[in-house]
Design a protein around this ligand. Sequence first.
Ligand SMILES: *Cc1c(COP(=O)(O)O)cnc(C)c1O
Length: 393
Amino acid sequence: MKKIYFDHAATTPVDKRVFEKMVPYFTEIFGNANSQHAFGREAVSAVDEARDTIAKLINCKPSELYFTSGGTESDNWALRGVANAYKNKGNHIIISPIEHAAMLVTAKALEKQGFKVDYMKVDEYGFVDLEHLKSIMTDKTILVGCMLANNEVGTIEPIAEIAKIAHEYGALCFTDAVQAAGVLKIDVKELGVDLMSMSSHKIYGPKGVGALYIRNGVKVDSIITGGHQERTKRGGTTNVAGVVGFGEAFKIAVSEIDKNFEYVSGLRDHFIERVLKEVPYVKLNGPRENRLPANADFSFKYIEGESILFSLDLAGISVSSGSACSSGSLEPSHVLLALGVPEGLAHGSIRFSFGKHNTIEEVDYAVDVLRDSVKRLREMSPLFKIQGDIKNV
Ligand SMILES: *Cc1c(COP(=O)(O)O)cnc(C)c1O
């Protein structure tokens, strides 16, 4: 059976060029980047090269970029690090309600430590309400955190405006750019953010490596203490092969950014058009404009997302119901609920996220399978039998 992967927002395969570049760093060039001999120097120069590459591509100084174990650690570091470093200035943090769990759960943990967390409102497409943000800013607000692009519905947030508002009130602005870095053109100076998270495995790099941009002058307490790695801000022996892979993945992603955007959004648009035409009682979540190229998130009325996921899986098609992190739980997606999608409808949601290796044939096959599965599942759904003739989606 064909195996088709439509879950690129969860992770991506490592690009062969990235893999080739990493290989020597597992064997011949295995030195500890902290060692002061030839082996160490080789390792450190590879790490420096990756840091220079990424820094240049996001328009920051290499000294403003810190390697981490991925997006989750970067999000934790930004939130906890700023909270602790600025707690004498204030205890108020504002984030969006559609953040990744790495942010939401961390913010909850900070609440237990005495910080006050407020959530900015988002509209039905997931865009942050800037007027509402202004109305909840106070002189105790130390940090405003908002993702650059949402991993479920693809909404691209107005981060530059959010940063401006944060700064007017003397707060810092942090953005989780895990879904955006390497997919959209990013310039930290233009965005005006003070901190920014990135991850390698969402852009055809290896898992377990990412980075946090920290603007020079911004104070951030360490959360991983240890040796002198990362200018003594983040202890732990550097993941040299991972960092090399991340650097190469980022370089390739940016060099192909227009080509991939056009190709992947073409697949996505074809998919959306066919689904809207051929599958009844369906709602596309998120905006049509200002969205990531890869995501298409649909709610299917009268059926469970999990049932659709399993019938697609049986046909060899891998997708996600809600976010990968919340699947396995039967909670509907917090993102869809924040967008005002009714709970019943949110339960029937599936995220398709396309990638540069997918083909139009795969997309067409998936629509055929999806249309037939949805029809079959609805025929078995008692809810559909009672209400299905009333078209009110
Ligand atoms: C995947 C993801 C993360 C977590 O990154 P990891 O590198 O997997 O820890 C954080 N934020 C967003 C928006 C993501 O999509």
